[in-house]
Design a protein around this ligand. Structure first.
Ligand SMILES: NC(=O)c1ccc[n+]([C@@H]2O[C@H](COP(=O)([O-])OP(=O)(O)OC[C@H]3O[C@@H](n4cnc5c(N)ncnc54)[C@H](OP(=O)(O)O)[C@@H]3O)[C@@H](O)[C@H]2O)c1
Length: 358
């Protein structure tokens, strides 16, 4: 027996939802219903789908809707979220509009699946940078209680949308051809090719950006820790897919690098995490890299390897030499997969197991 599934939005996140549903053999009854702002055919995960122009009647008979539309007043969730619920759908929403809604759980299956109940109709997927940080910190938080987090992100252009990828590719060619890069300030505020921009989403009156405050507010909500001290700086970098984060985490209870490594390398304690850390003793080709302190660590390139595509990769775990019970770590994940599509599909899988989708 399968369930009727719909998808709203066919940007990079929508495309990856189709891919992940197929890879994980999610039991869909019949064809996936695909909607966007206009009717046309679209290739999603290599197959042609007929996209229907969004309209209220399309939600009828659908059990589970994945929302992957734009945010804001004219975006998909604000315009169609309530209609989908009223039509009897359960919604899993990738957008940010309702993440802080007190009645809508904000869910990472490895961390707080217990916030979903049989009565839940609308579930929010956290922001991509929140998901990977919270997956990495949750096992340590469970055992030693987080006190303070300082995080800097290095976020790829696909985190903006399909147009973010186009900007980087176009500008890279222009610069390599000796031309001055053209840029659309509604996408990134400066040219992104060969540069880093410490500005994601709008600035607020505090001087922080909305993206930075998403990390703060969403983390507190997921951990049910409204007083958690957390501060962030979010940076756009010229990488196509995969976000990286440098995290400094301080705990109430004893924690050091050795304990953190023990916890993070334990699959049961640390679901969804792959630790890539420790001394490199492989005498491989790059002899210049074979000094005695050389370490393993993850980069976005590792996300293309089998078994790592949906994981949160953690490395560079080391003591903060200036504070007690504090460690630094580096984490890497695919913003379109674990940061969006995979997390959404995992929520659906868990709901299926719990009997909440029938
Ligand atoms: N990219 C990431 O890494 C990432 C990670 C986590 C969460 N998210 C969130 O996931 C969502 C999708 O991201 P994306 O990068 O795939 O976005 P995108 O490239 O901008 O694509 C948005 C899609 O939604 C459709 N859409 C927009 N407004 C709509 C409306 N009012 N009614 C119906 N359809 C509408 C668009 O339709 P048309 O094609 O017809 O224009 C388009 O297909 C966003 O809310 C984003 O913030 C993204």
């Amino acid at each position: 027996m399968g369930i009727k599934v719909g998808l709203l939005g066919v940007g990079p996140v929508g495309d990856h939802i189709v891919k992940v549903l197929r890879e994980r053999r999610f039991p869909i009854d019949g064809e996936l219903t695909v909607m966007a702002t206009s009717e046309r055919d679209e290739i999603l995960d290599g197959r042609t789908y007929h996209v229907q122009k969004i309209a209220p009647h399309l939600f009828k008979g659908i059990d589970l809707m994945f929302f992957a539309g734009k945010e804001g007043a004219k975006g998909a969730s604000m315009q169609w979220g309530q209609t989908a619920i009223d039509s009897g759908c359960i919604v899993i929403d990738n957008g940010g509009d309702f993440r802080m809604h007190p009645n809508y759980p904000l869910v990472i299956p490895e961390v707080n699946m217990n916030s979903v109940t049989r009565d839940t109709r609308y579930i929010c997927n956290p922001n991509c940078s929140t998901i990977q940080m919270v997956v990495a910190l949750a096992p340590l938080h469970r055992l030693a209680r987080l006190r303070r987090v300082i995080v800097s992100t290095y976020q790829s252009v696909s985190g903006h949308s399909g147009s973010g990828i186009d900007e980087l590719q176009k500008q890279s060619k222009q610069i390599l051809n000796g031309e001055i890069p053209e840029y659309d300030p509604s996408i990134f505020s400066r040219p992104i090719a060969f540069d880093c921009i410490p500005h994601i989403d709008r600035f607020l009156d505090t001087g922080y950006t909305k993206e930075e405050m998403k990390l703060v507010d969403e983390t507190r909500k997921i951990f049910s820790a409204p007083n958690l001290l957390i501060t962030s700086t979010c940076v756009r970098v010229p990488v196509i897919v995969g976000h990286c984060e440098s995290i400094n985490a301080e705990f109430d209870q004893p924690m050091d690098a050795e304990r953190a490594i023990d916890i993070l390398s334990d699959e049961t304690l640390s679901p969804g995490i792959v630790l890539i850390d420790g001394r490199r003793d492989d005498s491989e080709s790059h002899s210049i890299r074979n000094d005695e302190y050389e370490l393993h660590y993850p980069t976005t390139t590792d996300l293309f390897k089998d078994g790592l595509r949906d994981a949160v990769l953690v490395g560079r775990v080391r003591n903060d030499l200036t504070a007690k019970n504090a460690v630094n770590l580096w984490c890497v994940s695919d913003n379109l997969r674990k940061g969006a599509a995979t997390n959404a599909v995992q929520i659906a899988e868990e709901m299926l197991k719990l009997g909440y989708l029938y």
